[in-house]
Design a protein around this ligand. Structure first.
Ligand SMILES: Nc1ncnc2c1ncn2[C@@H]1O[C@H](COP(=O)(O)OP(=O)(O)OP(=O)(O)O)[C@@H](O)[C@H]1O
Ligand SMILES: [Mg+2]
Length: 592
């Protein structure tokens, strides 16, 4: 109001000046009228003489000029004031709308100005912050660092970045921030204080942390990959050797009576071969190379089968099952899943030396993207299997390393450290993942997630166990002479006539000549030159109805499943014994 009146007066200074001059003119005219009543109208209004007229015009001009000068100067000042107000308003809006906290301090570090984000970051109201020293809201380390940096900035006059600026919020919580600090100067260049810009460094830290984690994960994956390749290679060669030992032992056993003093020794050899086979199975599982026979499976069946076998042998463990009645089907190699579960049961048993409880539970679960992301699997429907024990549990350090191959806390000779590495490999190769929760003395829970399938479960009939003999001609293909010799003899023992080939090419020649005679082909999968896959296709080209049994100790990237999908009739894992071989052949030849 007061300002408005002032503005109106100053804006009309020219008019006011002219009015005052006119008032003076009129007063002069009146005075002259009273002093000289005889004067005429022109003399009264303009003045009696030229000098009087000039004086009046001069006064008029002086008032008008003075008025317009006052008005002009005032307008200029007002414009400058409003520009200043506008620019400081803009500056304020910018400072308040940025995410960063802005502050100014005096040379001792006492706050003289803050923006809203700064108050928000620290959690104090502005009036409490103003006057506060930087030491009061920073950690002792940061306070010391910052006073050093302030001295440096004052000296060099160059801004500095402080990447780890740790503050303590009003609620007592610590926050990690980034600070850029620079010098504030007076007009004459004398240092007046400091200005700083604060940024929340949590996100940067998280990104850095994520990057670091990804790098270690990658390194770990590469390490696992190369150990996996090595393990797979060893398993392959080892299985062939075991096959030779197993075959020879079986042949010897067939030739001697059970009373023979060496009969038990041969049985022992077979037992050792079995132990060896267990080891190569673990290696193959870990190398993710053991997945052969993928079928639509009811995982409850696999759990029931494996757990009842386990419960029978480990009486000191109480097994409790809680299996979902309508569990979704899953496409798995049930032999492999069984092996993974058995590894978990054995670990649980070893963790409960005085006995205890083992809880097995299944349920259907829908996992969304955010949940499965860290495990690098697809979101969707999963079957969850949890295996919990009431054993000794694990501390954090052990828990972090349990899936590493050869990591064991067991004494020498008791554990190879391959059990969980194998479980991990098996579950991964099925497109699932495994998680663990455990605390020292509080038991352990392993939770497996396997992708569910929309397809219906196909149940196979149980097979009787007595050995099946047969007749007919079999073509045996293997690049290892030792396997070929043992294989031929085993098959002959079963009553078959055998033709043998050391390579895919040789097999094709033999088959071409004898295709009407041969009833079944048993074929190795990994062979130099023409591999199992190509040999299979070419054999089928010659006779599309020929029955083929695939045999291997190893699989490269699901090669076995690929050949099986192309119509191969069966698969047998090396090393196998006479019973297993007889059974497979019988099944394919349609005897069972
Ligand atoms: N259920 C469990 N409770 C407590 N610790 C466990 C459990 N399962 C595994 N662990 C820990 O994880 C380690 C690695 O297990 P993993 O099965 O891979 O090897 P292992 O059992 O030591 O040897 P292997 O299985 O080859 O005989 C174990 O040595 C043990 O310390
Ligand atoms: Mg184990």
């Amino acid at each position: 109001m007061k300002n408005n009146l002032k503005d109106t007066i100053t804006e009309s200074m020219v008019v006011t000046g002219i009015c005052l001059a006119a008032f003076y003119w009129i007063c002069e005219s009146f005075m002259y009228f009273f002093l000289e009543p005889e004067a005429n109208i022109f003399q009264i209004f303009l003045g009696p003489d030229l000098f009087q007229i000039w004086t009046r015009v001069l006064v008029l001009c002086i008032f008008a000029i003075f008025g317009s000068h006052v008005q002009y100067t005032y307008n200029k000042r007002r414009e400058a004031d409003s520009e200043l107000r506008e620019s400081s308003e803009k500056y304020r809006t910018i400072l308040e709308s940025i995410e960063e906290g802005y502050f100014e301090t005096d040379l001792n570090g006492n706050l003289t100005f803050t923006n809203d984000p700064f108050c928000k970051i620290l959690g104090y109201p502005r009036n409490q912050l103003l006057g506060m020293n930087t030491r009061e809201y920073t950690t002792p380390d940061t306070a010391e660092k910052i006073s050093r940096i302030m001295g440096q900035v004052k000296q060099t006059r160059r801004p500095e970045d402080v990447p780890d600026y740790d503050v303590i919020r009003k609620n007592g919580r610590k926050a990690v921030l980034e600070l850029s600090i620079s010098l504030l100067t007076e007009k004459n260049g004398k240092p007046a204080g400091f200005r700083g810009m604060l940024r929340d460094a949590t996100r940067r830290k998280e990104t850095e942390e994520q990057k670091r984690l990804l790098e270690t994960q990658l390194q770990q994956a590469q390490k696992m990959e190369s150990i996996g390749t090595l393990a797979g290679g060893i398993a392959h060669d080892f299985n062939n050797i075991l096959m030779g030992i197993q075959g020879n032992a079986t042949l010897m056993q067939l030739k001697i009576e059970s009373e023979h003093p060496n009969y038990e020794k041969i049985k022992n050899i077979e037992k050792f071969v079995l132990n060896g086979t267990e080891l190569t199975k673990q290696l193959l599982g870990f190398a993710r190379r053991g997945k052969y026979l993928v079928k639509i499976t009811d995982l409850n069946d696999v759990i029931e089968k494996s757990s009842s076998l386990f419960a029978r042998t480990k009486k000191e463990i109480q097994v409790h099952t809680d299996l979902h009645g309508e569990i979704w089907a899953a496409e798995v190699d049930s032999g492999q899943i069984e092996q993974a579960l058995l590894n978990l049961y054995v670990n649980a048993w070893q963790a409960m030396p005085e006995g205890g409880d083992l809880y097995l539970k299944t349920r259907n679960i829908l996992l969304d993207g955010s949940y499965v992301k860290p495990f690098k699997v697809e979101p969707g429907k999963y079957v969850e299997i949890s295996v919990s024990d009431t054993g000794v549990g694990m501390d954090r350090e052990t828990r972090k390393r349990i899936f590493e191959p050869f990591f064991t806390t067991k004494e020498m000779g008791r554990g190879t450290g391959l059990g969980l590495a194998s479980v991990y490999g098996i579950i991964k190769s099925h497109g699932g993942y495994i998680d663990v929760t455990s605390e020292k003395e509080k038991g352990t829970t392993f939770t497996i997630y396997l992708p569910a399938s929309e397809k219906k479960v196909v149940r196979e009939k149980a097979v009787p166990t007595e050995m099946l003999r047969g007749s007919g001609t079999i073509l045996l293909i293997d690049d290892e002479k030792m396997i070929l010799d043992v294989g031929c003899e085993l098959l002959e023992e079963l009553g078959y006539t055998v033709l043998s080939a050391l390579s895919g090419r040789e097999a094709l020649d033999i088959f071409q000549k004898n295709s009407d005679k041969i009833d079944l082909i048993i074929m190795d999968m990994i062979m130099p030159g023409m591999g199992g896959g190509e040999t299979f296709d070419r054999l089928r080209n010659i006779n599309p109805n020929i029955k083929v049994l695939l045999s291997s100790g190893y699989s490269v990237n699901g090669q076995a499943s690929k050949i099986l999908r192309r119509g191969c009739d069966g698969f047998i894992q090396k090393p196998f014994n006479l019973n297993q071989l007889a059974e497979k052949i019988g099944k394919i030849m349609g005897k069972r």
